[in-house]
Design a protein around this ligand. Structure first.
Ligand code: AMP
Length: 230
């Protein structure tokens, strides 16, 4: 009888332990990714300015800012794994691709590891159920290759020439070419002109397929925005 009692207690403890483990495994889950690319001209011409990376001025192209796990309600997890350390040796094979497509513009000038470490620790660690560190950066690079945003805009007559363009025409051009409605963020240059800064596209939780955004970030743009030269 006593043995039976202890066996039941033991089983209950196992069930409790498993439910805690399952709960922990889903805590860092999320609903979709924002894949965010920035226009370097708009990062650099603000009051804060920028520093070109040690490899020199980046190409006149959108650069990856990050791949960010998000929830459908607009909130997002961050810094999910206090035990995770950024290990630069894990992405040494991707370094030159990252410098081309995911360039740092932060000051002081650097190779880029500080920026990539920030993105991994703040956002990447919240997708550890999908990606390890190497896979996270590889996924970002692959996503960028799927759509050439600058070419899409140029095809629609929207060029980085310091001219102003209707926000709606930027959004329409991207929607037409990709099939997905983009989120668009603006910032202001040193003369307070509203300018095209970041383009958000949404990606499913596998980190490979673009999807229609469950929620778009609130645009802080004028209806007409400048597309600065770079
Ligand atoms: P996040 O924390 O991922 O939202 O990114 C914001 C931080 O990343 C800020 O400190 C920005 O200054 C920095 N940041 C954004 N874009 C770049 C870039 N292209 N190069 C370097 N730092 C950047």
């Amino acid at each position: 009888m006593k043995r039976h009692f202890y066996s039941i207690i033991f089983k209950l403890l196992i069930i409790q332990y498993l439910s805690v483990v399952c709960l922990c495994a889903t805590v860092d889950d999320f609903d979709f990714f924002y894949f965010v690319q920035s226009w370097p001209g708009s990062y650099c011409d603000t009051k804060r300015s920028c520093c070109y990376p040690k490899t020199g001025k980046p190409a006149s192209d959108f650069g990856i800012h990050g791949l960010w796990p998000n929830y459908k309600d607009g909130s997002y997890p961050s810094n999910c794994d206090p035990d995770s350390v950024f290990d630069r040796s894990q992405i040494s094979d991707l370094k030159s691709e990252l410098q081309k497509s995911w360039p740092t513009l932060a000051c002081p000038s650097s190779e880029g590891f500080k920026f990539w470490s920030h993105e991994w620790i703040k956002h990447g660690t919240c997708s550890e159920s999908v990606f390890d560190q190497h896979e996270y950066f590889e996924a970002g690079l692959k996503l960028k290759e799927k759509f050439n945003l600058l070419q899409i805009l140029k095809n629609a007559g929207i060029k980085p020439d310091d001219e102003f363009y209707e926000l709606e025409s930027i959004s329409d051009a991207i929607k037409e070419a990709t099939g997905f409605t983009p989120g668009i963020q603006c910032n202001v240059d040193s003369s307070r002109n509203s300018q095209l800064f970041e383009i958000y596209l949404c990606v499913d939780t596998s980190g490979t397929e673009f999807i229609e955004c469950p929620l778009l970030p609130k645009a802080r743009c004028d209806s007409s925005v400048q597309f600065p030269k770079f």
